[in-house]
Ligand binder design. Structure first.
Ligand code: NAP
Length: 312
């Protein structure tokens, strides 16, 4: 198998923590270049501008966009204009319509477009999806509480319009929810709490409804210090399943169940799936987590709280 030459765009936290190591572990990809406004001293060619990279190294066929959502669309269009296959970090765009436009362009240009949801590759998710597929859900609860100062230090873009605030981690929970649930849900109400000096929320409470009276409450909060919580509980007519630790741990009726250990990391799963998509020339763009976020913003009551200061 010839490894696909891939370029990374935006060498921030997730590119360094996950994309570089997963590409290095993968036989299917080889890192051929980086487009970065700030990186230097890498052992692959580095370009400040993506178009310079695409012109200089036409043998690169795939591009992984690891920039913030507000600047992803123009870069994705550029890569698709150059007929490259494109991997999008989550959330796939700042709006739904721009991702629809990317889907049309990818199709027209014969490119693979992959909107990644890394939490769907957490170890427990596939087994829970399977378990729920034969059951009738009655109610659910999502608790996604973490310390923004620990996980997102100095990231100004998350507080700017389009950065989605607490939905940046919250959409990971929604990506699991939309993967595991055997029925479709919709948002019925939301309360979004904005620091008085920020354009995006620091907390969100969201109510969902599904068929046959199913209800689910989601509690996203970025002000949690100490123990961090990333849990999803689904009660069914015959048993309760809890995904803990962001999908890595599974409890069924209170008993621990060993999850599938096949994936060394969520990002290895992402790159394995991207390789499958490239082999079959199929795109994978599921917008359902982003639809719930957009609906929460549309329905959400806005509450203002004290200013947020990201002390460094
Ligand atoms: P980050 O640390 O702020 O890195 C983003 C990088 O994008 C920057 O370092 C910069 O790299 C580049 N960039 C280009 N234009 C930019 C602009 N206008 N403002 C800021 N950066 C710009 O962010 P991140 O945490 O890696 O997140 C990037 C994406 O990955 C987000 O969509 C996020 O939701 C997703 N993600 C993050 C995590 C996580 O744990 N942090 C986990 C999963 C997914 P250069 O200087 O190299 O150009």
């Amino acid at each position: 198998m010839t490894a696909t030459k891939i370029a990374i765009v935006g060498l921030g936290k997730i590119a360094k923590d996950q994309h570089l190591p997963s590409i290095a572990r993968s036989d299917a990809f080889t890192l051929a270049a980086v487009a970065s406004r700030s990186a230097s001293g890498l052992d692959v060619p580095t370009y400040e501008d993506l178009e310079d990279l695409l012109k200089a190294q036409p043998d690169i066929t795939a591009v992984a966009l690891c920039v913030p959502p507000q600047v992803r669309y123009e870069l994705a269009r550029l890569a698709l204009d150059y007929k490259k296959d494109v991997l999008l970090e989550k959330p796939p765009g700042a709006t739904l319509a721009e991702v629809h436009d990317l889907m049309r362009l990818a199709e027209a240009n014969g490119c693979v477009l992959y909107a990644t949801w890394h939490s769907r590759h957490a170890k427990g998710v596939a087994g829970v999806k399977d378990w729920l597929s034969t059951r009738t859900p009655v109610s659910g609860r999502i608790t996604w509480r973490e310390d923004v100062k620990h996980w997102h230090p100095g990231q100004a873009w998350i507080w700017q319009a389009g950065g989605v605030g607490v939905f940046d981690p919250g959409i990971n929970a929604l990506s699991i929810l939309t993967e595991i649930m055997p029925v479709d849900l919709h948002v019925t109400a939301a309360e979004l709490t904005f620091p008085e000096n920020c354009e995006t929320p620091i907390a969100a409470d969201i109510d969902f409804r599904g068929p046959d009276g199913f209800t689910l409450k989601a509690d996203f909060d970025w002000r949690q210090t100490g123990k961090q919580t990333w849990d999803i509980e689904i009660v069914t007519k015959d048993g309760t399943v809890v995904l803990q630790d962001g999908g890595a741990t599974v409890l069924i009726d209170g008993k621990s169940v060993s999850a599938d250990e096949a994936l060394a990391s969520e990002y290895d799963g992402i790159y394995a799936h991207f390789a499958e998509l490239l082999a079959t020339r199929g795109s994978d763009v599921d917008l359902s987590p982003l639809v719930h976020v957009a609906d929460a913003f549309m329905l959400g009551k806005r509450v203002t709280t004290e200013a947020f200061h990201d002390e460094q």
